[in-house]
Ligand binder design. Structure first.
Ligand SMILES: N#Cc1c(-c2ccc3ccn(Cc4ccc(CN5CCCCC5)cc4)c3c2)n[nH]c1N
Length: 246
């Protein structure tokens, strides 16, 4: 998979050089290219923003640098990229969308700053590419770079061979499958006793059926406490089927 990121803060994307994404790049599973938008400006000050038509707070990112950048980048690869535009007004970024994007060969991320990018850029590229305006959550950030880090990690970990244990994301929260739409339960490791706190006996019982049921019950309890909205989405018949399979 090829990932392009266009930003005025390329250094913000340094975390893509370490850990899971960094290792995937080193193994050649990911081709990540970070571009400085100012490379497509032509004035002395490398201007990327201007005042908003119609007035209002802040500044808006000018269309010209984005147009030159996206023209060059989208012409430079094979196949069709998905252009992912982080924005507070986007569709929610979900595990389902992460899985869809993980199935694509090329993603181009356009994290903006200020009040966002001149609308005509999304219109221009939406006519000939798959453009997705996406929000990572109901809170307001100062720009799109942090959302890109979130989305790239969520997508990269779903790529074959990137996560050490291929099974690791099978039981993710929000992933389709046995524990779909339930939050993960608690996890424990050595030592068996820590500051007088013991681990649950069932986890060292060696009884895999009991362990699986305990984990399922913990997931249900946690989901009911932290995300009752997810429980309401669950199909009770599917939960019963899972119960019987444990
Ligand atoms: N993904 C994601 C995000 C973002 C995000 C993503 C990308 C950019 C680019 C610029 N910003 C800053 C910003 C912040 C607020 C507003 C809305 N205006 C506020 C003043 C009155 C008018 C409307 C616009 C632009 C961004 C924020 N925030 N939260 C998420 N989940």
């Amino acid at each position: 998979m090829r990932l392009d990121v266009v930003t005025i803060f390329p250094e913000y994307l340094a975390p893509l050089e370490v850990s899971l994404v960094g290792k995937a790049r080193a193994r050649g599973q990911l081709d990540v290219r970070v571009h400085d938008l100012r490379g497509w400006t032509h004035d002395r000050h490398h201007t990327v923003d201007d005042t908003p038509y119609g007035g209002g707070p802040g500044m808006v990112m000018k269309p010209e640098p984005w147009g030159e950048a996206l023209d060059e980048i989208t012409a430079s690869g094979d196949g069709e990229p998905v252009i992912v535009v982080p924005t507070p007004s986007g569709r929610p970024f979900t595990q389902e969308l992460a899985a869809e994007l993980a199935g694509r060969d090329w993603l181009v991320f356009t994290p903006a700053r200020y009040e966002g990018i001149d609308r005509r850029v999304v219109e221009e590229y939406g006519e000939r590419h798959d453009v997705r305006e996406v929000s990572i959550g109901d809170y307001v950030l100062a720009g799109g770079e942090a959302p890109v880090l979130v989305m790239v990690e969520a997508v990269a970990r779903l790529l074959p061979g990137v996560l050490g244990n291929a099974e690791s994301h099978r039981d993710d929260s929000f992933a389709p499958g046995a524990m779909a739409d339930l939050l993960e339960g608690p996890v424990y490791t050595k030592p068996p006793s820590w500051r007088g706190r013991e681990i649950p006996e069932v986890l060292v019982s060696g009884h895999h059926g009991r362990i699986a049921r305990w984990r399922r019950d913990q997931a249900l309890t946690r989901t009911a406490a932290h995300r009752p909205d997810l429980l309401r989405r669950c199909d009770p018949r599917a939960l019963d089927r899972q119960d019987r399979a444990l």
